[in-house]
Design a protein around this ligand. Structure first.
Ligand code: ADP
Ligand code: MG
Length: 341
C-alpha cells in the first residue's frame, strides 16, 4: 500500500537522516574507498593500505600511519556533522583539507558495519569503536595510525544493494579511485589488495615515476612536462603527446588543489589546447594539477566534491588552455611528426 501523505510533520531520527545522506555520499563501494583515502591523507599519512573483499561490498579496510584519533574522540568521528577540519564559515571558504563535511563516516556507518581502530602518537596502545550508536570505546592492538574497517555494505538497505554491479565492476571502480588518489600523491606509499591478493603497490617517489607506473610506459615516453604560474594560479604535471592519445577518455586526470575533479570547464580547456594536434575522435592523456588559493574555488558544490566552481572561471580556462597549448607548440616546432595528417 502507498505510504499515506497525511502525516504530521516530524523530525527524522538520526539514523534515518544518515541513511538518506548515505544515498549521496556512499553511492557504491568506490565512494567509501574515496572517503577513507581522503581521511587518511588529511591525517598526514605517508603509507596507506587498501584491502578489499568481493569488490568492496564484503569488506573495505583501509589502514594508514597518520596522526590517529584520540579515544575520547572516536565516537565523534562516527557522529554526523562532526569534523576536526573546519569550525567556521571562514574555515570553509579557505578549506585546504580534502574533507570538511563531517558526514562520510556517519553515512558509511548507517549502511554498513564499521569499526575504527586508532592510535595517536602518544598513546600506549590503540582504541577501537564498533558501530555508530553503541559508542563504547575499547582498548585494542594496533600500530600508530588508523584502520577503518567497513563490512557488508548496504546489509540493512537491500533496495540499495540491488543497484550494485558485479564484483569485478565494483572492484574496478574501487581500483580506479585508488589510482586517481595515488597519482596525485607520489609522496605517499599505497598498496591495494583484493580478496587477499596484492594487486598493486606504489612506493614513495616523484610524479614522473608515479605517473609512469599508473599511466604506463606509453604515456611516460610521450609526455611533456608543464609547470606554469600566473598570479594566484599554478598548473603543473604532464600532457601526453598525440602519440599517447587514446580512443577513450580514460587517461585524463585533473586535480584542483590535490583533489581529483571531473570538470567540464577544465576538460574543455585542455581539449581546446589539443585542437590543432589531435584528431577529433582521439582523447588526449594527461595528469594536470591546478593549484590556487582555496578562496578562489568552491569545492562545496556536490557531496562527493567531484565538481568545483571557480570564482573566475574565464581566467582559469584561459590559463589552463594557454599553458597546455604552449607546451604542445614547443614540440610541434621541433618535431613535425606528431601532427596528424
Ligand atoms: P570529514 O573528513 O569531513 O571531517 P569524516 O566523517 O570523513 O568527516 O571524518 C570525521 C572525522 O574523523 C574527521 O574530521 C577526522 O577528525 C576523523 N578521522 C576520520 N578518519 C581519520 C583517519 N584515517 N585518521 C585520523 N582521523 C580521522
Ligand atoms: Mg572525510
Amino acid at each position: 500500500a502507498p505510504i499515506s501523505a497525511h502525516r504530521p510533520i516530524q523530525a527524522l531520527p538520526d539514523q534515518l537522516i544518515s541513511q538518506i545522506a548515505a544515498g549521496e555520499v556512499v553511492e557504491r563501494p568506490s565512494a567509501v574507498v574515496k572517503e577513507l583515502l581522503e581521511n587518511a591523507l588529511d591525517a598526514g599519512a605517508t603509507q596507506v593500505t587498501v584491502r578489499l573483499e568481493e569488490g568492496g561490498v564484503k569488506r573495505i579496510a583501509i589502514t594508514d600511519n597518520g596522526r590517529g584519533i584520540a579515544p575520547d574522540q572516536l565516537p565523534l568521528a562516527l557522529a554526523r556533522h562532526a569534523t576536526s577540519k573546519i569550525a567556521s564559515l571562514t574555515d570553509l571558504e579557505n578549506v585546504a583539507t580534502l574533507g570538511f563535511r563531517g558526514e562520510a563516516l556517519a553515512s558509511i556507518a548507517a549502511v554498513a558495519a564499521v569499526s575504527v581502530t586508532s592510535r595517536t602518537a602518544d598513546a600506549p596502545h590503540a582504541w577501537e569503536i564498533v558501530g555508530s550508536h553503541l559508542g563504547a570505546v575499547a582498548p585494542a592492538s594496533g600500530a600508530h595510525g588508523t584502520t577503518i574497517d567497513v563490512q557488508d555494505l548496504y546489509f540493512n538497505t537491500p533496495a540499495r544493494r540491488k543497484f550494485l554491479k558485479s564484483e569485478q565492476t565494483e572492484y574496478g571502480h574501487c581500483a580506479e579511485v585508488v589510482r586517481r588518489i595515488a597519482l596525485a600523491r607520489p609522496d605517499v606509499a599505497f598498496s591495494l589488495s583484493h580478496n587477499g591478493r596484492t594487486i598493486d603497490h606504489w612506493n614513495v617517489s616523484e610524479m614522473a615515476r608515479r605517473s609512469a607506473h599508473i599511466l604506463g610506459n606509453d604515456f611516460a615516453e610521450a609526455r611533456l612536462a608543464i609547470d606554469e604560474n600566473a598570479g594566484p594560479l599554478r598548473v603543473h604535471g604532464y600532457a601526453g603527446l598525440p602519440t599517447a592519445s587514446k580512443a577513450r577518455a580514460d587517461g585524463q586526470f585533473f586535480y584542483v588543489n590535490g583533489r581529483y575533479v571531473r570538470d567540464k570547464l577544465l576538460v574543455h580547456a585542455v581539449r581546446a589546447a589539443y585542437q590543432d594536434v589531435l584528431h577529433g575522435d582521439r582523447f588526449p592523456s594527461y595528469v594536470l594539477a591546478l593549484d590556487l588559493d582555496p578562496a578562489l574555488v568552491d569545492v562545496n558544490v556536490h557531496p562527493s566534491k567531484i565538481e568545483v566552481r571557480f570564482r573566475d572561471s574565464r581566467a582559469v580556462h584561459q590559463f589552463v588552455f594557454h599553458a597546455v597549448q604552449r607546451a604542445l607548440a614547443k614540440t610541434s616546432a621541433t618535431d613535425h611528426g606528431n601532427a596528424p595528417a
